[in-house]
Design a protein around this ligand. Sequence first.
Ligand code: PXP
Length: 245
Amino acid sequence: MIRLGVNIDHVATLRQARYRNHAAPTSPEPDPLVAARICMAAGAHSLTVHLREDRRHIQDDDVHRIAREFRDRLNLEMAATPAMVDFALRLRPSEVCLVPENRAEVTTEGGLDAAGQEKTLQPVVQKLREAGILVSLFIDPDARQVTASAALQAPVIELHTGKFADATQAMRPTELKRLLQASSQAHQLKLQVNAGHGLRLSNLPELLKVPNLHTLNIGHSLVSHALTVGFDRSVRDFLEAIAGK
Ligand code: PXP
């Protein structure tokens, strides 16, 4: 059974759109923790929050409050910086996904260069692993990156599905093939394979052709769908799609 991880950053995006400059708002809404509770009650398997350096959506306090209730099912997405490593070691979420971060980007645009940054990433992966945190590397579906992730002894990779999601109909088979090959290679190297970015109800059936998928992390589309049908229904709709129903 493929698992659903819900990325709830965009609940905080909506709150920050109104309250970013309020020093101490009395009841800032919407609250990502409230959404998190509904998602988990609806059957989501894990939660993802990306604490970005610019704190554009999720805030430190959100992460702490969510961790208090869901630490054992919390995937903290973060850049591999000393400040974030300290944060993660204090928080002790069940999982950390290392992602590249660029202030100018709207969202995480590309995968981590695990192959080019082995020296920087190696001590980060090691520290997090020693703390008992499951470490995942968000990488493009590229053989070099998969090989480097295994060399870094990261037990999990998350394949960036953005190019697949954005591909024209003509390019879809090519992008799907890249994901298929990367997943098979990672599986042979005994890595857990997650995937995420740009996944929607409409492209999930095709993505499910990729073998060995463990968890799909989905944010923007699930939160968008929730705006019309509610979080409970949205999570159930994505769970059904993931189950191939
Ligand atoms: N996985 C990772 C590592 C991400 O950075 C993101 C975007 O924050 C997602 C999954 C979710 O992507 P989307 O919001 O497009 O579903």
